[in-house]
Design a protein around this ligand. Structure first.
Ligand code: PMV
Length: 365
């Protein structure tokens, strides 16, 4: 099933060469996506805060193939932080093949892709959301040069659609500050195909919300997200989990509006632990948390109870812990991190981020 809306209808302009560049952030899910159907359709809807500092910066240099050159194959090279990275190319090739029907022009050009991350490469932070969304945005920028007149709405929607085909969570990185991906009856215009900006009122307490990422384990994950998603097929708790995510997203609507932080914390922490509970109860089962992940969680609970500071945690598919809290508690929470939590971070490392507004085009790349 192809989505006609995203297939170019006209012939492309005759453009010889060009260079485009975008930066795109990472995001952190409040209600988690875990489990998918065919063609990267999520088994349940998810919602995330777009981040600000953790981002990928990607550029695309393209030049038209000569008539004698093979048009049937993709021709590209990938450079990461200035160095050619051939081991990443099969992943990009798979992505290009997946999106080829929507971007047939990619075959007509030789493409040099150069990417870098604002966060340390081996930080254990998933770079697929920022990396894939930045790549999708460069492809869309190229498309808008070849097919002038693209509206901003179409541009962003198709960028999110393409990003989703690279990595599901990447569909939520195009815009900010809160993005929903996956159809939910309570969220107008939500779609399984692309992310949409959360359309309802959001209390000011959530403005400039902080996310400090404690780097517990910087190593490669032992089980990839795609394997984890797959293990939701035939998982004994799958249906209940998908229902729970749908319910949690609906419960968040009034909470986001009225700023009920206690209720917010309950949903966010429960979502993080439910995600990891799915990993621990799949077959084969696996654990991505480390002892220090649990130490940090316990310290957060203790600190929150004692000091009445509304800081909570969430996790993605790894051992690192994201501390989420309102801007006005920043000094206190940073003090708490330095005094109590840094000891559990690998080499004492953590990254301070906050909610952001989405991807940005880089002019004159
Ligand atoms: O985008 P993927 O396929 O890497 O999946 C990411 C899944 C989680 O990060 C665990 C949850 C989420 O919704 O971001």
């Amino acid at each position: 099933m192809y989505h006609q809306e995203f297939i170019p209808k006209e012939a492309a302009q005759n453009i010889e060469s060009g260079k485009v560049s975008w930066q795109s952030p990472s995001n952190i899910a409040l209600v988690k996506y875990w489990g998918k159907k065919e063609n990267q359709i999520p088994a349940n809807p998810s919602i995330s805060f777009t981040l600000d500092h953790c981002k990928s910066i990607t550029s695309f240099k393209f030049s038209k193939k000569k008539n004698s050159e093979k048009k049937s194959a993709f021709d590209f090279e990938f450079f990461f932080e200035g160095k050619k990275k051939a081991d990443f190319e099969p992943k990009i090739l798979k992505f290009f093949e997946r999106i080829e029907v929507y971007c047939p022009f990619l075959r007509d050009y030789k493409i040099e892709i150069a990417s870098e991350n604002s966060f340390p490469h081996s930080s254990g932070i998933a770079s697929s959301a920022s990396g894939m969304s930045a790549l999708a945005l460069c492809i869309m920028e190229m498309e808008s040069i070849l097919f002038p007149g693209t509206s901003e709405k179409y541009f962003k929607r198709k960028a999110s659609f393409l990003a989703r085909l690279g990595s599901g969570s990447a569909s939520r990185s195009i815009d900010g500050p809160l993005v929903v991906w996956g159809e939910h009856r309570a969220i107008e215009k939500s779609s399984d195909l692309y992310g949409v900006t959360y359309p309802y009122r959001v209390h000011e307490i959530f403005r400039n919300y902080r996310d400090t990422i404690l780097l517990v384990d910087k190593g490669e994950k032992t089980v990839s997200s795609s394997v984890g998603h797959d293990l939701m097929h035939g998982h004994p708790f799958a249906e209940n989990r998908f229902n729970q995510a749908n319910e949690n997203l609906e419960k968040l609507i009034p909470i986001l509006e009225n700023g009920n932080i206690t209720a917010f914390i309950e949903i966010v922490e429960s979502e993080a632990l439910s995600l990891h509970a799915m990993m621990m109860s799949s077959l084969p089962y696996f654990i991505l948390m480390k002892p220090n992940t649990l130490e940090i969680i316990n310290r957060i609970w203790e600190y929150r109870n004692t000091n009445k500071v509304p800081v909570c945690f969430t996790l993605d598919a790894g051992a690192n812990v994201h501390l989420l809290y309102p801007e006005k508690f920043e000094n206190q929470v940073l003090e708490f991190i330095k005094n109590e939590l840094v000891a559990y971070c690998q080499n004492g490392h953590y990254i301070c981020d906050q909610v952001g507004n989405g991807a940005l085009k880089i002019d004159n790349p």
